[in-house]
Design a protein around this ligand. Structure first.
Ligand SMILES: [Fe+2]
Ligand SMILES: [Fe+2]
Length: 193
């Protein structure tokens, strides 16, 4: 029962979901695995950057340096606006909607969407905070984000890869907000590289 795949409900309903040949479903396991890795890697670099920005703010607050604090808070807020929130919005497209149509993904996607809303609230709170309050709120953004990414990497993405009617490649291709600079695309006939 406890195989290496975190979620595998395929044996029960795989035949009901069988797809016609010629549908857009990607059956290429290697491409799907590469897409999962690309999203997980992008998550990893986002978290690394967020860690650094939150640490800078916390450090400035600890050392009582208002100029450094103001700067660090500004950079963090800008990153949240230009990286974190666009990432969340991009996910709410094909990635979440596909998983949300799967019986085993519906509640998961609802919970992930609630966390996206939590980011919006925390970022708004961070904007109006200063000193220790700002550092605490920044730490909350960081910790919620880390848990959120972990759920996406370990549950959501494998669920999409395993679902016979879904393609992770298709859900993320062309979206740099989700895969960074990695090139995720379906290999089509006669189209190399
Ligand atoms: Fe997300
Ligand atoms: Fe994400």
């Amino acid at each position: 029962m406890d195989g290496s795949e975190p979620l595998d409900t395929r044996p029960l309903n795989a035949e009901l979901h069988s797809t016609e040949p010629g549908t857009a479903t990607s059956n290429n396991a290697a491409e799907e695995a590469a897409a999962l890795e690309a999203v997980a890697n992008h998550h990893g670099s986002m978290l690394k950057r967020l860690d650094a920005l939150v640490s800078a703010l916390t450090q400035a607050v600890k050392t009582g340096n208002p100029v450094a604090e103001h700067d660090a808070q500004g950079v963090l807020l800008e990153w949240c606006e230009t990286e974190l929130l666009p990432h969340a919005s991009a996910e709410e497209g094909p990635l979440y909607s596909g998983a949300g149509r799967e019986p085993e993904g519906r509640l998961l996607v609802e919970a992930l969407l609630a966390e996206h809303q939590a980011f919006v609230r925390l970022i708004e709170e961070l904007r109006g905070a200063s000193g220790v309050d700002a550092a605490v709120t920044a730490g909350a953004v960081r910790n919620v984000f880390a848990l959120h990414l972990d759920t996406e990497n370990r549950i959501l993405l494998p669920l999409i890869v395993a679902a016979p009617g879904l393609s992770l490649v298709q859900a993320v291709e062309g979206l740099s907000e989700l895969v960074g600079e990695a090139h995720v695309h379906r290999t089509r006939s006669g189209h190399g590289g």
